[in-house]
Design a protein around this ligand. Structure first.
Ligand code: FMN
Length: 339
C-alpha cells in the first residue's frame, strides 16, 4: 500500500510531496481512516529520562516542525513524537529548492533552514493535541540572531514550551543555520548548557515538574570532540543526548544526481557514520545519560546496531519517507527483541 502512495508522492518535488503527505495524514486522521488502515504497533513501554515511551521508535525532528500532525503520527505507530525545530519567531527558511531526494541511495539532502511558524504557533498546537504519548519539542535559534546571542533564543523557546513538552531537545547541530554547530564546542557549549540548566531549575520550581533536556549532536566531529562534549553533558547534568543530525559528508553519494547540493545528508548513507558516533558517545558517557539513536535507520538491523552501540531509543525520518509506516513496527519489534 505504501509503495503505491510513495510512487505517487515521488512524482512531485520533495517539498510538495511533504506538504501533500502532511495534508493526507491530517485528513485521514480526522476522518478516522488512519486507525483502519494502519496495522497497530504493539505497546512496548520503555522508561528513559524519567519518561515512559509507548515503544522505542520515535519520529525524528523536522518532519512535523509545527506540531500539526502529532495525533496522526501517533496513530501510525510511533512510540513518541519530536516536533520542531521551532524558533522564537516564525521564519521562512532558505530559498527553494532546498530539499532533494537521492532515490538510488535512499537518501535525502536538505537545507530547509528551520522554516517554521514560530514557537507561539507550536504551543497552540500542543495545547490542542489529544495525543497521550510523549511529545518532545526540538528548539533552535532564528537565523537573524547572531550566534553570540543564541542563548537568549534557546531560553525563550525553553520557557514557552516548558509547560507543554515532555522533554526539550536542544538542536545544536543543524548544518543549515550558519555557525549553529559552533555551539557544540568549548566555552560556548559550557555557557549554553549552564544557562539552560539554570533556567530548567527555575522552571521546574515554577511549574512543579521536571522536564528533561536532551542535546542533539552532529555526526561530523572527531572522536575527541565527542568525548569532550560527553564530559560537558555529564558535568552539566543534561538528561539525554540525541545522536545524530544530518551529515556534511558526501562520499557515499558521489556521482549521484543532487549529491553536490548544499545541506545535510540523511538516510542510508548516514547509517554507519551515526552508529559509529553513538558507539564513541556511549563509551564516553559510560551510561551516565541515555542516548537516542538516529541516522539512517532504514530497516530493523540498522536500528538494532544503534541499540547495540549504546542507544536506548531510536528515531526515524528518512526511513519513514522511503519505507513508510511498516518500518515503525518492524523496527519496534526488533528493538524490543534485542533488549
Ligand atoms: C527534510 C529534513 C528536515 C530536518 N529538519 C530537522 C530539524 O528541524 N531539526 C532537527 O533537529 N533535525 C532535523 N532533521 C534531521 C533529522 O531529525 C535526523 O536527525 C536526520 O535526518 C537523520 O535521520 P534519518 O537518516 O532517519 O533521516 C531533518 C531531516 C530532514 C531530512
Amino acid at each position: 500500500m505504501y509503495q503505491l502512495i510513495r510512487n505517487i508522492l515521488f512524482w512531485f518535488t520533495p517539498e510538495i510531496a511533504h506538504e501533500l503527505m502532511m495534508d493526507m495524514l491530517s485528513a485521514s486522521q480526522r476522518l478516522g481512516l488512519l486507525t483502519r488502515l494502519c496495522k497497530p504497533v504493539s505497546f512496548a513501554p520503555i522508561d528513559v529520562m524519567g519518561l515512559t515511551f509507548d515503544n522505542p521508535v520515535g519520529l525524528a525532528a523536522g518532519l512535523d516542525k509545527n506540531g500539526e500532525c502529532i495525533e496522526a503520527f501517533g496513530t501510525l505507530g510511533f512510540g513518541w513524537i519530536e516536533v520542531g525545530t521551532v524558533t522564537p519567531r516564525p521564519q521562512l527558511g532558505n530559498p527553494k529548492p532546498r530539499l532533494f531526494r537521492i532515490v538510488e541511495r535512499e537518501a535525502i539532502i536538505n537545507r530547509m533552514g528551520f522554516n517554521n511558524k514560530g514557537v507561539d504557533h507550536l504551543v497552540e498546537n500542543l495545547k490542542k493535541t489529544r495525543y497521550q504519548g510523549v511529545v518532545g519539542v526540538n528548539i533552535g535559534k532564528n537565523r537573524v540572531t547572531p550566534v553570540e546571542e543564541a542563548e537568549s533564543d534557546y531560553l525563550t523557546c525553553l520557557r514557552k514550551v516548558y509547560d507543554y513538552a515532555d522533554y526539550v531537545a536542544v538542536n545544536l547541530s543543524s548544518p543549515n543555520t550558519p555557525e549553529l554547530r559552533q555551539l557544540q564546542f568549548g566555552d560556548t557549549l559550557k555557557s549554553l548548557l549552564g544557562a539552560l540548566k539554570e533556567e530548567q531549575d527555575k522552571l521546574a520550581k515554577e511549574y512543579d515538574k521536571y522536564i528533561p533536556l536532551a542535546i542533539k549532536l552532529a555526526p561530523d566531529m572527531t572522536d575527541d570532540e565527542i568525548r569532550d562534549i560527553a564530559a560537558q553533558l555529564v558535568a552539566y547534568e543534561i538528561d539525554g543526548v540525541i545522536s545524530t543530525n544530518t551529515t556534511l559528508e558526501r562520499d557515499a553519494v558521489q556521482g549521484c544526481e543532487n549529491a553536490n547540493e548544499d545541506g545535510g545528508l540523511s538516510g542510508a548513507p548516514l547509517t554507519d557514520l551515526s552508529t559509529q558516533k553513538i558507539r564513541i558517545l556511549a563509551e564516553a558517557l559510560n551510561r551516565k545519560l541515555p542516548i537516542i539513536g538516529v541516522g539512517g535507520i532504514m530497516d530493523a538491523q540498522s536500528a538494532v546496531d544503534k541499540i547495540k552501540a549504546g542507544a536506548s531509543l531510536v528515531q526515524i525520518y528518512s526511513g519513514f519517507i522511503y519505507r513508510g509506516p511498516d518500518l515503525i513496527r518492524e523496527v519496534s519489534e526488533a528493538v524490543v527483541a534485542c533488549r
